[in-house]
Ligand binder design. Sequence first.
Ligand code: SF4
Length: 396
Amino acid sequence: DSTVAAFETTIRRRKTRPVPVGNITIGGGHPVVVQSMINEDTMDVEGSVAGIRRLHEIGCEIVRVTVPSMAHAKSLAQIKQKLRETYQDVPLVADVHHNGMKIALEVAKHVDKVRINPGLYVFEKPKSDRNEYTEQEFQDIGTKIRQTLEPLVISLRDQNKAMRIGVNHGSLAERMLFTYGDTPEGMVESALEFIKICESLEFYNLVISLKASRVPVMLAAYRLMVHRMDELGMDYPLHLGVTEAGDGEYGRIKSTAGIGTLLADGIGDTLRVSLTEAPEKEIPVCYSILQALGLRKTMVEYVACPSCGRTLFNLEDVLREVREATHHLTGLDIAVMGCIVNGPGEMADADYGYVGKQPGFISLYRGREEIKKVPEDQGVAELINLIKADGRWMDP
Ligand code: SF4
């Protein structure tokens, strides 16, 4: 019932089928999976292993690598082997950038998932106008796509591995452009064409993405995809992302606007935040989006007031001190509030509260209960003591 759903405070996720990617599962009610991509050259085995490990250690659950040539595909065999020997079997996705099926077939032996881009399945120089194609020629392209894709689909199916059909707004196939224009509809139909080929070969380990660099386009494409999949009885998980989001604050906000909006509607099973920064910078953004929406809890949730004329201490400094002392305590909610006038009531059911009581003094709360008043300079230490007394402390 949509009226009830509109007032729910937990997100009801769209039901999707589980798709295995190594030891991780995308969809099927599993937590939304965090992904990123290394920027080392795949030919550099040592560098790639180090890059993958670095990302995995900070929470990147599936790591993507690029495979522009056959040599790169073969190099991945060594990368995977070395990871197993020196670290662990990190789930890997290979990005295959064109219709070089030999490369895809080679790489499918070494990784857990292959990402293909339907827009790059171009076999000859595309014509400039739909009218230049005869109906037969137009259909022949569809047949060629099918023939090219088939061996990869069969290989992945037989190994129980996964495929991402990753449509990009910026690289839509000419055929789709002629038929649907440069639209979300064209993106969706492009994905559906590939899905149908996979289904005809009884391969269902599919994850779909429809990225665009403009948020409204990306939102429309994913929403239309869900609508079309519902109509067709398909339940493939979706990989969310805003491409070329840029860097810094705006890159993060743009990614959050796109990814967060869909996740809030229950859409999306895995995500990548694409920043023009080191890939390590993407991971905390992914987890922050998921935590803010209540989809995953991987860090302390800090509730803090913005401060105002009533604030009794330097909120920014205290919040930083509290964060430094407690950020490793996953699972807790800690509030830092400037005064007792509104503070206790607005702590949003935090587990602990640090609230300005009177000049020079703060009060510590457990839930809504005031535990003790202490001088401000002992506030952080006393907060830690309280958490310790409750048996909820862990050493960093
Ligand atoms: Fe101001 Fe108190 Fe509200 Fe903080 S909790 S913003 S100090 S009224």
